[in-house]
Design a protein around this ligand. Structure first.
Ligand SMILES: [Mn+2]
Length: 316
């Protein structure tokens, strides 16, 4: 990794224009690791990268530091040839979105990611599947190369780590906690961070609580199915984590499926479990994902998809 970090710095130093982006429909890690790295580059190398995104930004990210640096890709000249394009946390090439021409036209591309991915887009790949968040790799970069950072960077990295670990639920070792401890000693205020993330429009909360109230239960309450109809879909913030989180707290509920009517005959599914595998269920529906958190998009009616899901969970 040290060797890649050194090469990365050489590329930054020789670049006169830099573009920075994460994946489409940014989550906390994608969004905040981009802004944190942008600030680190400005502080240490005197050049401010152009930060861009595609899709929708969840409301809970509206108040993060340096939010104004992030531009919708249509407001940026994506055909301009940047000396250096950096893509963070993108997962696979199909998640890149509308800023893809920036990658295609750049003089050099660096990727920094913690997802498993066999289709790399970087000329230089700074990938670490062991990192809990891309923000953790940005932190390692800062520490390894003794780079300057500030309180905005510290807060942004804290948000990356908090959100991508599901508020620390999914940490696999102590490294995230050790980094958090350093960030808190540096000045990150945990109460302020969690307060900043609680920022949703009233309508979202009312819709989400309605979806929870109307959830159906099957197989002695082991399976909960929540349905978001098309009229409510636009009010769902991010991936509907509030719905999944509330249903997941019910005693005896092992599996949660959220059916999202994105449009007529296009149903998005989020599938979660406490600890049993659900990725095979997502795969049976043409999707995929992690062991306990998976998803799919199915071209069929809501009724048919609902019936398929109930059938797939028979015997689980
Ligand atoms: Mn991530």
């Amino acid at each position: 990794m040290k060797e890649q970090f050194k090469q990365f710095i050489e590329k930054i130093k020789s670049a006169k224009s830099i573009a920075l982006m994460g994946h489409k429909n940014p989550d906390g890690d994608s969004f905040c690791s981009v802004l944190a790295l942008a600030k680190v580059i400005e502080l240490n190398f005197g050049i401010r990268p152009v930060c861009m995104y595609d899709g929708n930004i969840p409301d809970f990210l509206d108040l993060v530091p340096l939010r104004s640096w992030m531009k919708y890709f249509e407001r940026v000249d994506v055909l301009s040839p940047y000396d250096l394009a950096i893509i963070l946390d993108y997962g696979t090439p199909r998640h890149i979105g509308g800023a893809k021409p920036v990658i295609d036209n750049a003089g050099f591309v660096v990727e920094m990611d913690h997802h498993k991915n066999d289709e790399k887009v970087g000329d230089l790949c700074i990938d670490d599947e062991g990192a809990a968040a891309t923000g953790q790799i940005v932190y390692d970069f800062i520490k390894s190369e003794n780079l300057k950072f500030d309180i905005n960077v510290a807060n942004l990295l804290a948000i990356s780590l908090i959100t991508d670990t599901g508020h620390f639920k999914f940490v696999r070792d102590g490294s995230v906690m050790r980094i958090m401890a350093e960030l808190v000693d540096y000045g990150v205020n945990m109460r302020e961070i969690f307060d900043l993330l609680r920022n949703k429009p009233k309508k979202s909360i009312l819709v989400e609580s309605g979806v929870v109230a109307e959830a159906e239960f099957f197989y002695h309450d082991k399976l909960a199915i929540a349905t978001v109809y098309h009229k409510d879909y636009k009010y769902l913030d991010g991936r509907g984590d509030t719905v999944l989180n509330l249903l997941g707290q019910i005693q005896g509920v092992e599996y949660i499926v959220m059916l999202k009517e994105q449009k007529a005959n296009q149903i998005g599914l989020s599938i979660r479990s406490r600890n049993k595998p659900v990725n095979h269920i997502a795969e049976a529906l043409g999707g995929g994902g992690h062991v306990c958190a998976a998803g799919a998009v199915v071209a069929d009616s809501l009724e048919n998809v609902r019936a398929k899901v109930i059938e797939l969970f028979r015997g689980e």
